[in-house]
Design a protein around this ligand. Sequence first.
Ligand SMILES: CC(C)(COP(=O)(O)OP(=O)(O)OC[C@H]1O[C@@H](n2cnc3c(N)ncnc32)[C@H](O)[C@@H]1OP(=O)(O)O)[C@@H](O)C(=O)NCCC(=O)NCCS
Length: 171
Amino acid sequence: MSGPNIIPLDAVDPALVEALLDRAFEPERHKRTAYKVREGMDWLPALSFAALDESGMLVGTIQCWPVALTDPQGRAHPMIMVGPVAVLPELQRVGYGQALMTASLAALNPQAPLPQVLIGDPEYYGRFWGFTNAPTAGWQLPGPYEKHRLLARADNLAVLPREGVLGPWRR
Ligand SMILES: CC(C)(COP(=O)(O)OP(=O)(O)OC[C@H]1O[C@@H](n2cnc3c(N)ncnc32)[C@H](O)[C@@H]1OP(=O)(O)O)[C@@H](O)C(=O)NCCC(=O)NCCS
């Protein structure tokens, strides 16, 4: 594959994005816990991207959301929730997912990147970008999830609270 064409997600018709997510995930995707974590939030245009193939067809998307981990003292620690990352099933494993993830992570503010969190396969997100479930064992989400798949990434993992509840970022 010659380098994928990555463009801002807000340049794409929202109906096409929804159709792609329906193809990449099960129809019940809206009930996923990840959707509850970011409920009521809009995705962040500066961190959300689309991948196009050589013909200009939409083949993948990534969305990032403002969320916060509220610690036992009631302090909200803002974070970026990454995902869904979605690539058309017939075009998976040729590099689009990596290109989309790399675009979002590269768009974080280099002076003060917020910690990032996602629910996904540690083998994939750990191997390429260093996401780890090490800091998240004491975190709670508003619904069921597989604990080992709650992953975080930060310049300094030691600053992340050990305990907290993850939810939408309401200032
Ligand atoms: C997960 C997903 C985004 C990955 O994107 P992709 O374009 O298929 O993957 P890439 O081409 O960027 O990366 C390919 C490499 O990652 C590996 N990889 C891909 N998905 C993986 C996974 N779930 N677990 C472990 N490794 C994985 C491949 O084996 C390949 O490694 P190799 O080059 O050594 O063979 C894509 O498969 C997808 O949309 N899946 C369905 C939706 C989903 O589950 N999204 C993630 C949760 S939000």
